[in-house]
Design a protein around this ligand. Structure first.
Ligand SMILES: [Zn+2]
Length: 279
C-alpha cells in the first residue's frame, strides 16, 4: 500500500474513531456509568494515538538526508511510543477516579449502554480498515480490537448497572482498567523489541540463499531490523581468489540489488576464499 492511500485510510480511521469516542463520552456523562467512562477515556486516547501514528509515519517515510544517512524509518516508532504514553495517561486518570469512588453508591441509567452500543458501529468499521493497512499500524489495530472488547464489557456491565446494581458497572470498570494495564505492559515489550536491532532467522536465511544464487559464500552477516520489514546491515562474502575484480564487484552488486528488492539494505565486502579468516 502506498503512502497516500495509507494517509487516506488513516483519515477515515480518525473520523470513525472520533464519532465512536463522542458517542461513548455522551453515554458515560448522561448515563453515569463508570465502565463506559473508562471505555470513553481510552477512545479519546485512541483517536489522538492514530493522529500521532499518522504524523510519525509520514516523517519516517522521508528519504535519507544530511543528518539521517540511513533514512528516517525509525521516526515512525514515535507513533507506538506516543500511543503508550496516551494510554498510560488514561490509565492514571481512571485509576484515580476508581479509587476516589470506591464504596460510594451511584446511579447508572440506560443511556450509558445505549450510546456505548451505537459506538460499536464506527469502531467495527475502523477495525476492518486497520486490518488492510501497513504493518506499522498493526499495533494501533490491536488497540482498536481491544476497543471492541472493551465496548462489549462496558455495554454489559452498564446494562447490569442500570438494571440491577451499580456494583456490576463498577466491577466492569475495574476489569477494563486491569486489562488496560496488561496491554500497556505487552505494548512496551513489543516496542522494546522493535528498537533492539533484532536479526530474524528468516532474514539471515534469505541473505544466505541470495548470496549462494550468485555464487558467493557468506562469511559473516550483520543485519538488523530497522522497522517492520526494513533491514540494514553488512555482509562479508568469499569468492574464488582467481575471480577478476570486475566479476567480484558485479557479484556483490547483484546480491545487494536482489536483497534491496526484498527490503534488505546491505553493504557487501568481498574477500578471496583463501584469505585467513577475519576476526
Ligand atoms: Zn534528517
Amino acid at each position: 500500500m502506498d503512502g497516500w492511500r495509507l494517509v487516506k485510510s488513516l483519515t477515515i480511521l480518525i473520523a470513525l474513531s472520533i464519532v465512536g469516542g463522542v458517542l461513548k463520552i455522551y453515554g458515560s456523562v448522561v448515563g453515569g456509568s463508570k465502565s463506559v467512562f473508562v471505555d470513553a477515556a481510552t477512545s479519546i486516547a485512541n483517536t489522538i494515538a492514530i493522529l500521532m501514528i499518522l504524523i510519525f509515519f509520514r516523517e519516517g517515510m522521508e528519504p535519507p538526508d544530511i543528518d539521517h544517512h540511513y533514512g528516517h524509518y525509525r521516526l515512525a516508532i514515535g507513533g507506538p511510543i506516543s500511543m503508550l504514553m496516551l494510554y498510560s495517561f488514561v490509565a492514571g486518570i481512571v485509576t484515580v477516579d476508581l479509587f476516589d469512588s470506591f464504596g460510594k453508591a451511584y446511579r447508572v441509567s440506560y443511556e450509558s449502554p445505549i450510546y456505548a452500543s451505537i459506538a460499536i458501529i464506527p469502531y467495527g468499521l475502523a477495525v476492518m480498515i486497520t486490518k488492510r493497512l501497513h504493518p506499522i499500524v498493526y499495533s494501533y489495530g490491536g488497540f482498536t480490537a481491544i476497543e471492541l472488547i472493551e465496548s462489549t464489557i462496558s455495554i454489559l456491565s452498564s446494562l447490569g448497572g442500570a438494571a440491577i446494581s451499580y456494583i456490576i458497572d463498577f466491577i466492569g470498570a475495574i476489569a477494563l482498567t486491569v486489562y488496560l494495564f496488561y496491554e500497556l505492559v505487552k505494548s512496551l515489550r513489543e516496542i522494546v523489541i522493535d528498537v533492539s536491532d533484532i536479526a530474524p532467522i528468516d532474514v539471515i536465511d534469505r541473505i544466505h540463499r541470495v548470496a549462494k544464487d550468485f555464487g558467493a559464500n557468506v562469511e559473516r552477516i550483520r543485519v538488523r531490523r530497522i522497522i517492520e520489514n526494513i533491514y540494514q546491515g553488512d555482509v562479508v562474502v568469499r569468492v574464488e581468489p582467481s575471480t577478476p575484480i570486475e566479476k567480484a564487484h558485479s557479484v556483490a552488486d547483484n546480491i545487494e540489488k536482489e536483497l534491496k528488492k526484498q527490503g534488505i539494505d546491505i553493504v557487501i565486502h568481498v574477500e578471496p576464499s583463501n584469505e585467513p579468516k577475519q576476526k
